[in-house]
Design a protein around this ligand. Structure first.
Ligand SMILES: Nc1ncnc2c1ncn2[C@@H]1O[C@H](COP(=O)(O)OP(=O)(O)OP(=O)(O)O)[C@@H](O)[C@H]1O
Length: 615
């Protein structure tokens, strides 16, 4: 797949038959007729027949509605103004409802209204504010107001902030929105009145720069170092969008959970963590979130979905979400806000098809808001990403956007590690790795540091088991987390590490991305990961939220294919490059590891394998 357009069309094509039936909209209805003229004729005929059938049905229902003597409750519950209308009969609306509907703005297309005059005052929240634009999407009307307090900040101060924090904003529409330097510069809202940022002093750079665009209803790609507050960068606009838009009503007997926002995460633990963060924010404005992930009881998750007639927000891993979608338990047809967290992982080969199916179940990209956040943005996923979005604003933090001819950058984003992490690389004999690991652990947990948390990364599950046993036998308090463990064992290990009852956690790359474990002092890579991006994510488990951290990597001749990219990362973060590493060469291999996505993917071990039969 190469072009964005191609991908956008494919979004709908990849859905299962059931999904396609439930969520079919014009944008999704791409069929064989697109390429075959005879098929086109058949398709046209079918459409005509369908139209006639629908007309007859509508007539019948109109008659019935009149006979019902206008029972408003019943009619309201059954009317569905979304794409679901194909699955459920649309009842004739009462005059009152019709009038109400006419007043609503046209939400069918993405409109960028002419910016409102800059002296327009927003009196809705009692503060003086300046309107900067309005966008309508799928039932929501976004009107971001740059507050007067933000307008009053001298331009020089804004420029200094952007320069100091190395913020680059690439916006194809050319909108210029100031970063939010202080929480008090956010437009007031019900959510903000609950003081959700009490424990923070100021927005992080990615929050500051992306919020104005995300709050305006724009699609955003946010790239910022590990531990820099990206979760809140997408959570706040998501919850603000849901809080300010009405829910679509569905018929009372409908047991499907219609989420209005969906956040997709690559691992179960990350999904749970994001769910916890979003839930506490959402609950402040009476919204709810449910977490769907593999390896746990489906019945329990189904029960949560049915409680309070579904969840406003679903945070999920792709596999379990797909299961619920194909069962018809969950529908994404009402989604107005979709987030791919760890977006580059979600778009790589292992998850690409799942993501197409999930986003294909949402309204088309023009009708939803799509956000993608990550710390690494390799070239191979960029085209695919943009195909799921509409004119995304790209916000990059860190000195890594190359200047283009226009001096504003050409969008090429360099891979960069968090510069507050001290990185050390030791070139070792592969046979001596475990012994060296033990020495490093003993050294790092000496004296007053005996309870310091250390995360040890292995590449393979079997290797993780072996290393854990090796350390256990030598009296180290250790737990592990990898794909061969049951979910309850994984959760238990992570909890033990978080609480400090275990100070060493041996992990595979299931723990490499997103996990926000407080006070991890040291990350040790026993075996190098399959991609350099994952090296950046692994070491990013330390040095979070402005803190410093340390990472030690045991590098062997087996890892020499990564020497060039590792040297670049070290140099980019002003870290020492050992001579022994340079000996392996500095050429950067362009191709990322092909099997990585599939290798990484969380597989539900409780599921029985599919029996293959040959005719
Ligand atoms: N404005 C803020 N000020 C201080 N701390 C913050 C702020 N926003 C978020 N944090 C905290 O920073 C930590 C890291 O945030 P988060 O997990 O969202 O990072 P991330 O950028 O998503 O990292 P990763 O790339 O590893 O997924 C969390 O503990 C979070 O509570």
């Amino acid at each position: 797949m190469s072009t964005g357009k191609k991908h956008a069309r494919n979004e709908g094509e990849d859905g299962s038959a059931r999904l396609a039936k439930k969520v079919k909209t014009d944008d999704h209805a791409s069929t064989a007729a697109d390429s075959d003229p005879s098929a086109l004729k058949v398709e046209k005929k079918k459409r005509k027949q369908k139209k006639e059938k629908k007309h007859k049905k509508d007539k019948k229902e109109k008659k019935q509605a009149l006979e019902n003597d206008g029972d408003p409750e019943r009619q309201e519950g059954e009317v569905d103004a979304t794409a679901e209308s194909k699955a459920q009969p649309v009842k004739e609306k009462t005059k009152k409802e019709k009038k109400k509907k006419e007043k609503k703005p046209n939400t069918d297309t993405l409109e960028k209204s002419t910016p409102l005059p800059h002296n327009e005052t927003d009196t809705s929240n009692g503060t003086s504010a300046v309107a900067t634009g309005t966008i309508h999407r799928n039932g929501a009307s976004y009107s971001y107001h740059q507050t007067r307090t933000l307008e009053a900040v001298p331009q020089e101060q804004v420029d200094n902030f952007l320069k100091k924090q190395e913020i680059a904003v690439l916006d194809p529409t050319g909108a210029k929105l100031r970063p939010i330097l202080q929480f008090s510069q956010l437009p007031s809202s019900n959510l903000l009145s609950k003081n959700p940022f009490a424990t923070f002093t100021a927005p992080t750079p990615i929050q500051a720069a992306s919020w104005p665009f995300a709050l305006s209803g724009r699609d955003v790609i946010g790239i910022a170092e590990t531990g820099s507050g990206k979760t809140m960068a997408f959570s706040l606009p998501c919850i603000e969008a849901l809080a300010s838009s009405p829910k679509t009503k569905h018929s009372k007997g409908d047991r499907t959970a219609y989420a209005r926002a969906v956040v997709v995460s690559p691992t179960r633990e990350l999904a749970m963590q994001t769910h916890a963060a979003m839930s506490s924010l959402a609950s402040l404005v009476g919204l709810s979130a449910v977490c769907l992930y593999g390896g746990a009881s489906k019945d329990d998750q189904r029960a949560l979905l049915r409680k309070n007639s579904g969840a406003d927000i679903i945070v999920a891993t792709p596999g379990r979400l797909k299961d619920f979608l194909s069962e018809g338990c969950v529908s994404l047809s009402d989604v107005m806000f979709a987030v791919l967290d760890e977006a580059d992982r979600m778009l790589d080969k292992g998850f690409e098809e799942d993501i197409k199916l999930i986003l294909g179940g949402c309204p088309p990209r023009e009708k939803r808001q799509t956000l993608m956040f990550t710390a690494t943005w390799p070239t191979n996923v960029r085209g695919l990403a943009e195909g799921f979005m509409v004119e995304p604003v790209k916000v990059t933090i860190g000195n890594r956007t190359r200047a283009g001819e226009d001096g504003e950058g050409n969008g090429s984003t360099e891979l960069q590690a968090n510069t507050r992490i001290e990185q050390k690389v030791e070139v070792v004999d592969p046979r001596g790795k475990e012994q060296r690991l033990l020495e490093l652990l003993r050294d790092a947990q000496k004296g007053s540091a005996k309870n310091d948390r250390i995360l040890v990364f292995c590449l393979y599950k079997k290797e993780a088991v072996r290393v854990e046993q090796f350390l256990e036998r030598r009296g180290v308090r250790v737990a592990s987390i990898h794909g061969d463990l049951r979910q309850d064992q994984r959760t238990h290990s992570l909890e033990a590490f978080k609480s400090g009852s275990t100070t060493v956690l041996v992990a595979t790359d299931v723990a490499a991305r997103g996990l926000d474990i407080p006070e991890v002092k040291l990350v040790i890579n026993v075996t190098f990961p399959l991609t350099i991006e994952d090296y950046v994510h692994r070491i990013g488990r330390t040095g979070r939220a402005g803190k410093t951290g340390k990472a030690i990597t045991l590098f062997t001749e087996h890892d020499k294919a990564h020497s060039g990219s590792l040297v670049n990362i070290l140099r980019g973060a002003n870290q020492p490059v050992p001579e022994e590493l340079l000996k392996f060469g500095t050429t950067v291999k362009k191709k990322a590891h092909d099997s990585y996505g599939a290798f990484f993917k969380d597989v539900d071990l409780s599921k029985k394998g599919t029996k293959i039969t040959f005719d």
